[in-house]
Design a protein around this ligand. Structure first.
Ligand code: CO
Ligand code: CO
Length: 321
């Protein structure tokens, strides 16, 4: 995206609080004092066969970018690519899945657009609201902050697994689908309660790519404790066999910014590089909140792991220990 936008002038307007220049999760526009709009759009192709589950995952993934800014989704538009010859019952199930995610988020579907396409594509354009004083960007991580992650890694394996041989590991599949259908709303509440300085959600660039972007944008370095990073059940084995294209893509984009200071297994390495769908929030949170995390995990029904810390430098470099 950054490459495609290079040379295009970003809008300059004092009401534009977060624009395209900082590669953040969503745009933020100050509507009136005390109230800002958060806007984002995302669309994807199916990674599971069940149309209801896919719809729910795609919508949850789209809603996530609003949560990653500290916002609350309000209205959404469905965006659907669908082959004209395909059974419309599939489309209905997919939209029902999306609608259930939107309902759970307390938001409303107010319209949408469907276009004829060779393959199924689905996602949402989401409008949310945020208190302008409580926006969490990806650019304010502070030295000494801890790095938190609110969902396990490994969802990128799923697409590869479904494509090859139809081999499905049931335990892994159930856990992956459950994590992708889980809204990042509770994670957002925890994030705000902990006065989090910076955040983003883990999607296409994988854990390492997204952490690197936060560190670079914030002008700090970061250290990740590889063995503390949560992963889906059996993901370490499966990640050796089913390698999602994101692994190679992200490694070639970010390898120059990552320093490996300890031995990490091939499976875990692939998980750290791999793309995620509907991944968790990555939070740069003041260290003093560590003691309160277990209470907040119960209150907001989220999972959270302390996976690293922000350090003074080298700036924009991810150190793996
Ligand atoms: Co995002
Ligand atoms: Co997005």
């Amino acid at each position: 995206m950054a490459l495609a936008l290079a040379g295009l002038e970003g809008a300059t307007d004092p009401r534009l609080l977060v624009g395209i220049n900082t590669a953040d999760d969503a745009g933020v526009f100050l509507l009136e004092p005390g109230l800002a709009l958060v806007q984002t759009v995302d669309i994807m192709t199916p990674m599971v066969e069940d149309p209801y589950i896919f719809g729910r995952i795609a919508a949850t993934n789209s809603l996530s970018d609003v949560y990653a800014m500290g916002g609350e989704p309000v209205t959404v538009l469905n965006i659907v690519g669908f082959p004209a010859a395909m059974d419309k019952a599939l489309l209905r199930e997919m939209l029902r899945g999306g609608q259930d995610a939107v309902k759970e988020a307390g938001a409303l579907v107010v319209g949408g657009h469907t276009f004829n396409d060779k393959e199924i594509k689905y996602g949402l354009a989401v409008t949310g609201r945020v208190n302008p004083d409580r926006i969490v960007t990806n650019a304010r991580a502070r030295v000494g902050d801890v790095l938190l992650l609110t969902k396990p890694l490994g969802t990128g394996i799923l697409g590869q697994m479904m494509m090859s041989e139809g081999v499905v590991d049931e335990e892994f599949y159930q856990a992956a689908v459950a994590t992708m259908m889980r809204l990042n709303r509770g994670a957002k509440d925890l994030m705000l309660e902990c006065n989090t300085n910076a955040a983003t959600d883990v999607t296409g660039y994988g854990l390492l790519g997204h952490v690197q972007e936060v560190a670079a944008a914030s002008g700090v370095g970061v250290r990740i404790f590889a063995e503390r990073v949560p992963v889906l059940p059996r993901a370490r084995e499966l990640a050796v066999k089913f390698i999602d294209p994101g692994v190679l893509m992200n490694e070639s984009s970010f390898a120059g910014k990552v320093v490996w200071r300890s031995e990490v297994s091939e499976g875990l390495k692939n998980l750290l590089w791999g793309s995620e769908t509907s991944g968790g929030l990555l939070l740069s949170t003041p260290r003093e909140f560590i003691d309160r995390l277990s209470a907040l995990v119960c209150r907001y029904e989220v999972t959270v792991a302390v996976i690293g810390e922000f350090i003074s430098g080298p700036v924009g470099i991810v150190e793996i220990v």
